[in-house]
Ligand binder design. Sequence first.
Ligand SMILES: C[S@@+](CC[C@H](N)C(=O)[O-])C[C@H]1O[C@@H](n2cnc3c(N)ncnc32)[C@H](O)[C@@H]1O
Length: 258
Amino acid sequence: MKIKHHLAFWGLKARRGIEQSRWFTRLFRLPWAAARAMRFPPFGREVQEEFVSYSDYQRFATIAMALRRIDTEQIPGALAECGVFEGHASRFIHRLAPERTYYLFDTFKGFDQRDVEPGSGEDARFRSTSVEAVLKRIGDTRNLEVRQGRVPETFAGLEAQRFAFVLLDMDVYPPTRAALEFFYARLAPGAYLMVHDYHNDESNWACRRAVDEFMGDKPEGIIEVADIWGSIIFRKERTHGTGAEDKTLQPVPALHAD
Ligand SMILES: C[S@@+](CC[C@H](N)C(=O)[O-])C[C@H]1O[C@@H](n2cnc3c(N)ncnc32)[C@H](O)[C@@H]1O
C-alpha cells in the first residue's frame, strides 16, 4: 500500500515537472485542458486562463467558485489551509482572495510520525519544503499567517477566529479529524469546508473515515467533487434547529383553482 502511494507521489511530481514545462503546456496541455474547462466560468476568464493547465482543473475550479461565492454573499471570516506542502494551492487561493487573512498550517517537515497509520513504517514524503520556499512561491505575503508545527497544536490562540473557507489536505487521520472539530465550530454560516482525498485509500481511507465519523451527526450533507483525488465540500448551515423558527421559510403556497 505504501509503495503504491510513494509511486503515485513521485509519479505525479515527475508528471507535474513535464506538464509544467513551457513546450508541453503550449503544445498539448493548454488546448486539451481548455476544451474540457467550464464554458462560462463564474470566476472570470483571467482566473481560468491561469489555472486551466493545472493537473486538477475540477479541484481548482471548485475552490475558485467557493471563494467567489463567499465574496458575493459577504460571508465573513478568514481562510485556512491545513497541509500546505509547497504552497501550490496556497498561491492560487491567496491570489483569488488577497484581502482575507489566510492561515497556513503545516509542519513544513512532512508527517509527524505519530500521525502515520500504525504499522505502516516511516513516511518520508512532503519533507522537501520550507516556510521560505512557500512564501516565495506565493509572492504577495500580505494577510498571510504561517503556523508551523503539528496540527492541532498550532490552532492554539485562534479559538475566537471565524472562518469563511477552509481546505484540509493532510492525508492522515488524527490531524484531519482534529481539524474538522476545530473548524466546524468556527465556520461562519454559509462558510465552506473542503477535504481533499476523501476518495483516496491512502492511510486506510484516513480522510474518508475522519469526514464520515465527524459529519455523521451534522445537519450539513457532504458533496463529492469529481476531482483527481476525490475531494468533498460542504457549507455550514445558515440556521440551526429544525427550520420551523426560520422566518425566511414561507409555507408552501396553496394551489388555487382557476
Ligand atoms: C498532500 S500535502 C498538501 C498539498 C497542498 N495542499 C497542495 O495542494 O499543494 C500534505 C501536507 O500535510 C502536512 N501534514 C500532515 N500532517 C500534518 C500535521 N499533523 N500538522 C501539520 N501538517 C501536516 C504535510 O507536512 C504535507 O505538507
